[in-house]
Design a protein around this ligand. Sequence first.
Ligand code: ATR
Length: 269
Amino acid sequence: MRAAVLGHPIAHSLSPQIYNRWFSETGFPGEYEAIDVTGDAFEATVRRLVALGYAGVNVTLPHKNAASRFADFRTAEADRVGAANLLLFRDGKVVADNTDGEGFSACLKTGSAQPYPRTGLAVVLGAGGAAAPVIAQLLPGDIAIVNRTKTRAEDLAGRFGPSCSAHAWDELGELLPRADILVNTTSLGMKGQPPLEIDLSPMPSGSVVDIVYAPLETPLLRDARARGHHTANGLRMLVYQAVPSFRAYTGLTPSDPERTLLDLEASLR
Ligand code: ATR
């Protein structure tokens, strides 16, 4: 069985390490690779992998929205969030699914992004394919979506109803005093990408989550930790969105994802 993760950039991806470890732990005969694919080549690459007999692919930045649109079928979750991080190839057809919500939920429930449930505002930075499943997990409650391109934030807010509001980047300072959780879903701060430069001083307390995991501690998280916030990096989300993906590929559940997480964390420190 062959599967892959498609994205751009992709060199930093830890997904091959995770899946190949689980193949070897479960004895399932599989191979998993990372393939660098830019936007223009995305559909042709997926078609080629379908023809080659791959079981499916995971999809990351910047293809999550395109993946959902292009699939022949969508699960209820992919439909709800309008984005896919998993494409399964079944009888030559492409089925879009989204397991990022499960990954983010693991961050909230067992990660260090406590306390939860929240009472204040959730501020989500970004309105791309990674933002929607995060927002779905943060509901119910007030959510402010802050994005460079405000129209994208508006589209996303419209998808999730009246408790979600859309904001431009320069409104962040007015939102943070009411925030009890801030989540970065943009690529800013990732190795090789521009830095995420925000002033956390208006945020009194609460959690700061960065879905970026390369580097493990982004400048945002370092600053948040120094200010006494609960923080969580993107590694837990990565591992726990991979669990249902692995199950979809193989029918098997990895026996100890927490150990996988700890080992990866140790190797990145
Ligand atoms: P993904 O599928 O992982 O969400 P995406 O759909 O390309 O990837 O979304 C990337 C997110 O990072 C978007 O919110 C994007 O903002 P825009 O909608 O304005 O493009 C945000 N982002 C990427 N580069 C950025 C930059 N230099 N400054 C501000 N936001 C940026």
